[in-house]
Design a protein around this ligand. Structure first.
Ligand SMILES: [Zn+2]
Length: 66
C-alpha cells in the first residue's frame, strides 16, 4: 500500500503541473498528470487539491496545488 505520509510534500502551481513544469524535489525529473497515482479532493482548499505522484525515477511526491 502506497502511503502519502511517506511522500515528500511540495506545493505547485496547477498550470505548471498540467504543463509538466513541476520538478521532482528529489531527482529533478519533470512530473505531471501522467505520473499521478492517486488524487486527493479532501485537502483544503478544494479544489484545487493534491496528487500523489511517482516520478520517472520512482520517488514518491505529494504535490499540493497552490
Ligand atoms: Zn524523482
Amino acid at each position: 500500500m502506497i502511503a502519502a505520509k511517506d511522500a515528500r510534500r511540495i506545493k505547485a502551481d496547477r498550470r505548471d503541473w498540467i504543463n509538466y513544469r513541476v520538478k521532482c524535489p528529489i531527482c529533478g525529473e519533470a512530473i505531471g498528470p501522467r505520473n499521478a497515482i492517486r488524487e486527493y479532493w479532501d485537502i483544503p482548499p478544494d479544489p484545487p487539491y493534491a496528487a500523489l505522484v511517482r516520478c520517472p525515477r520512482g520517488d514518491l511526491v505529494l504535490v499540493e496545488f497552490a
